[in-house]
Design a protein around this ligand. Sequence first.
Ligand SMILES: [Zn+2]
Length: 239
Amino acid sequence: MANHIVTPDGRRLKKVATRTTTPVDDSSAKAVNVEAPRVCYNMPDEEFFPLMIRLRDKAVRLMGDRLAELSRWNAADRDKVLLWFGEDSDTTRQALSDGLTRMREIMRGLAERNFVKFTPEGVRAVGCEPRKDSLAAASVCKPDGTYTIFIGTIFCDMEKEANRYDGIPFAKDSKLVTLIHEVAHFPKSMNAKDHWYNITNSQGRAAARDQFCIDNADNIAAYVVNVPNWRGDVPVWRP
Ligand SMILES: [Zn+2]
């Protein structure tokens, strides 16, 4: 991997960005390096990176499926939007079409260098203050134009995907759901927030017609992954 340097004391650093820094009279580009130990404690990088690339490709495909549905807009397509966003107005349809188009471009552009083990120093290197309560599976730094995704141990412990035997996704977190959740946060993607967490909660908020569903990362992730309505009530998207 060409984007790594090794310090004299043997730490591996990964180049995540090149940018100009202070002082203001020095406009030369500096490499921004963050420490790069093995990303997941339970998986060698040689397996981790191909897995992330596979999940990225699946996420791109899933967004393509949703975009096709948003353009077709039949009763089932509208039901899925109702299920995860609590309404199926033209405004919501348009916001999803535009948002998923941007989000797909960003997802498509992700490469190995975008996935970095979570460390407080790494988060500071791209311009954020690490959260004290940082138990998140993964996190991003919104002002960071490099689209770095910080991977925590909870992420490493998750299933790759949480699907039934026939491939229908459960209403459950997974590496795939988390990847989509994180990419939804980027300001140039959908600038999503974490008003609440968890897919089951998200379905409940949509059923209550909460206006923040369109703005919430887990609602967007559940919709993109195509989680059906396992509760069996309306709206009816069922496997
Ligand atoms: Zn989040």
